[in-house]
Design a protein. Structure first.
Length: 562
């Protein structure tokens, strides 16, 4: 700025030098120079910088026009410089006064920081009145007076500050006490939920201690109060966090059916959580936290005990899978398609739930599968009984077609026919157990009738392929088969009539195999891979070992159903 003033002075010297020869606007340029000096007195270079700099630039331009003998232009620029300088002064007055007011306010705040309103009341009141007066004068737009009043207000604020320093209270004892409470809170497990708050409270106390050391009583006192509030908030947050964690763990335990697998632990956990809530409602946050943490511990144990049941649930699923598979092999899709479909879907869902440790939905689906299996078992039993009745009916037809058997066993056949009719009637009336009992009795009677007929098949009746290429059965010393293992062949599934054809070359002799393996075969239509059957000889045991090679009399059946 001084360089600008030097430039203006130099211009004026040149101006005076040339003024003798030119008609120079001396009055206009002098007035502009004085206006610029007046603006500088009121710190326009600081508070109205652009206007002030523009005024000086315009005055320099006026001098330049003088040098170029452009008097009219010089006069015009000088007038513009005057106007701009006056604008700079006018614009500088408000911020100049405001700056002093702000300085007074800062000093006043400094006095407040040491609680001067309490410990230096007379001095503080004077400073307050003086500062308010300066502000009022400023608002009245008397900026020069406001500037001077602000200087006085600052002086009085300094005096109140210095007076208050003599009354600094001993607040550091409170700081030590609160810090101890923070350390006690940090020993609780739930302190991690309020780490930020505890750290913040501790930081506030450290800052308060520093403020007091620096004689900033107001700030130190405020920080102590803030630390108290923050610590209380931290303790409350810890209690809420502990209760929330306990509730969540209880919910998790219930989700894995702890009420069924760990009822005692879950019950006590709920009791502890209720106690924690009661303490919290009374603002007894430490006690609330302790009880909630106990509830969390018990709920965690309950959940763990429940999760330990997962292997047993997986075993239940595996057993149900086996039962499902057995029904499918027994033609379950015919007699219980809906139940088998439910089992398949619910067991898959149960496995998915267990994979995510979701025991409750898993148990729900397992129980649905078990109910479906119960129904399938009932339907399967009913289906088996029907097949027994049908087998008895078909066998009866075959026996009655055999003239020898029909004449020789007329009475047993008639009784058996009545028994079968009773079985059919019981079945229609849903007396399934009675129907099965009668069907079994009829089948046993028919087996006895058929076995009474002398029938023999010699080893010569077996082809080389039948006797030498099949490793699924053993032979006795005479070359006749004694045991056969059912094989799995999806394209040509094993059945009793095929086995009878293989060994006897008479498919209709399948009842011999059925009768000899009644302990293994529940339903003659249902045999399974891996089952080992005894293949009895066709030699009659009646009246000793007598071999009759006659096979002219046939026992007819329907092979497609065997």
């Amino acid at each position: 700025m001084r360089n600008i003033q030097k430039g203006i002075i130099a211009s004026l010297i040149l101006f005076l030098f040339f003024s003798c020869a030119l008609e120079v606007p001396i009055k206009e340029m002098t007035r502009a120079k004085l206006a610029i000096s007046e603006a500088e007195k009121f710190e326009a270079s600081k508070f109205s910088r652009r206007s002030y700099e523009r005024a000086t630039e315009l005055l320099k331009e006026a001098n330049a026009h003088v040098m170029e003998k452009e008097t009219d232009e010089a006069k015009e620029k000088a007038k513009e410089a005057l106007t701009m300088a006056e604008t700079a002064k006018r614009d500088a007055l408000p911020p100049r006064a405001l700056a002093k007011i702000n300085e007074a306010k800062a000093e006043y705040a400094k006095a407040n920081s040491v609680m001067a309103s309490e410990f230096a009341k007379p001095e503080h009141d004077k400073a307050t009145a003086s500062l308010n007066g300066a502000i009022k004068t400023y608002n009245g737009k008397d900026y020069i007076a406001a500037h001077d009043e602000a200087i006085e207000a600052k002086k009085l604020a300094t005096e109140s500050y210095e007076a208050a320093l003599k009354e600094i209270p001993n607040l550091k004892t409170q700081i030590a006490e609160i810090k101890k409470q923070i350390e006690d809170a940090r020993k609780l497990k739930s302190s991690s939920a309020a780490t930020a708050e505890l750290n913040s409270a501790n930081t506030m106390l450290t800052a308060a201690d520093k403020s007091l050391t620096e004689s900033n009583i107001r700030k130190g006192y405020s920080e102590i109060e803030g630390a108290k509030r923050t610590l209380n908030s931290a303790l409350s947050k810890m209690a809420r966090s502990a209760m929330a964690a306990a509730q969540k763990e209880i919910d998790e335990a219930q989700r894995v059916m702890a009420e069924k697998f760990a009822a005692a632990s879950l019950s006590v956990a709920k009791t502890e959580l209720d106690a924690a809530k009661t303490h919290n409602s009374k603002a007894e946050f430490m006690d609330s936290t302790v009880r909630a943490e106990k509830a969390l511990e018990l709920a965690t144990k309950a959940k763990s005990d429940s999760l330990a049941k997962i292997p047993a649930l997986k075993t239940r699923i595996a057993d149900l899978r086996d039962a499902h598979r057995e029904h499918e092999l027994r033609n379950g899709k015919e007699y219980a398609p809906e139940e088998l479909s439910i089992m398949a879907s619910t067991l898959t869902a149960a496995e998915g739930s267990l994979a995510k440790n979701e025991i409750k939905p898993a148990v729900d689906n397992i129980e649905r599968a078990e109910k479906a299996l119960e129904i399938a078992d009932a339907k399967g039993h009913k289906y088996l009984v029907l097949k027994k009745i049908e087998t008895a009916e078909d066998t009866l037809i075959s026996v009655k077609k055999d003239s020898e058997l029909a004449s020789k066993h007329a009475d047993p056949i008639a009784k058996t026919e009545t028994t079968i009719a009773g079985a059919r009637d019981d079945y229609s009336s849903e007396r399934i157990d009675s129907a099965e009992s009668k069907a079994d009795a009829a089948l046993a009677a028919l087996d006895a009738i058929m076995l009474s007929k002398d029938v023999v098949i010699t080893g010569d009746d077996l082809t080389d392929e039948d006797s030498s290429t099949d490793d699924s059965y053993a032979t006795d010393a005479d070359g006749f088969p004694k045991e056969y293992t059912v094989v799995l062949n999806k394209a040509d599934r094993d059945c009793l009539w095929k086995i009878a054809w293989r060994f006897y070359k008479k498919a209709e002799l399948w009842p011999l195999i059925y009768s000899a393996n009644r302990d293994k075969i529940k339903d003659p239509d249902l045999i399974f891979p891996g089952q080992k059957f005894v293949i009895p000889s066709t030699k009659s045991k009646k009246d000793g070992d007598r071999t009759d090679s006659s096979t002219s009399s046939e026992i007819t059946t329907t092979p497609e159903k065997r």
